[in-house]
Design a binder for this molecule. Sequence first.
Ligand code: TXA
Ligand code: MG
Length: 304
Amino acid sequence: MSTVLEAAEALRRGGLVLMPTETVYGLAADAANAAAIAALFEAKGRPRFNPLIAHVTGLEAAERFAAFDERARRLAETFWPGPLTLVVPITNEAAVCDLARAGLDTVAVRAPGHPMAQALLEAFGGPVCAPSANRSGRPSPTTLEHALEETGSAAQAFLDGGPCPVGLESTVVAVLDGPPRLLRPGGLAREAIEAVAGPLAEAEDDARRSPGRLVRHYAPEAPIRLNAIAAEPGEAFLRFGDGIDDALSLSPVGDVREAAQRLFSRLRAADRLHPRGIAVAPVPDTGLGEAVNDRLRRAAGFVG
Ligand code: TXA
Ligand code: MG
């Protein structure tokens, strides 16, 4: 375990840090340091065409390197710190290096709501890129233990912030030309964003600009079967809303927020049983259910 000051020092030296956020654990590096960012891509086995999110303490810090129009500013003011990432034009290319942006003229930015992430960003004093700390294509880690299993060997420091309260990655919204577009459903429900920004345009035609939306993603080892009513022989069954709480329940009371919080740890728990497959009960598509179903479809290998 490291202290926040040790972790900030590791970032300054170009090292990688396991950082808790309210969504999932991230593997963090100095956004301006191309060598550190290269090491980050290497540690995750992440394709270099997939750009990273720059984490900041808040809007003021973000506006040092990115352009927020009135709509983007309103969203940041309403939802930051919190599980919302905004894709906006870059104005200071050195602050978030080319490699981190995959050469794009836009940058994804968010202010995380976790106090330990805020403390680290404050101590470091600049933007920090942090993809989810899983190896590329695997479920995101929602505890330090899971993060250590995934990319721990590459990290010079790690902070234990407990289990992540949201459990799913941030919602990614592009605020560029035209109406705001939902690039990735996530830990902030579409309904909440639309109440502030109006209807979000769909990003189906936008896969190229959110290259993280690869087909098979967030995937455990075992194959996944969706909308299952019951388990078949040899399958582990992730249940929803059946009143029984155990290591394979997404939410005994049928709460999509609880299912989001548990999803990745339950997928890991199911995988550890080495089942023939993982069957998953239907989860409603409302609120955070949209993001839960997005991750499940990707884990199952379907295009979103
Ligand atoms: O909750 C989260 O967002 C977590 C925590 C650690 O903050 N981070 C995370 O990062 O999920 P990552 O790298 O796993 O996902 C970043 C997503 C990818 O889908 C990527 O393609 C997209 O953001 N992205 C980044 N920059 C972009 C850009 N300029 N334009 C469009 N999409 C972008
Ligand atoms: Mg990820």
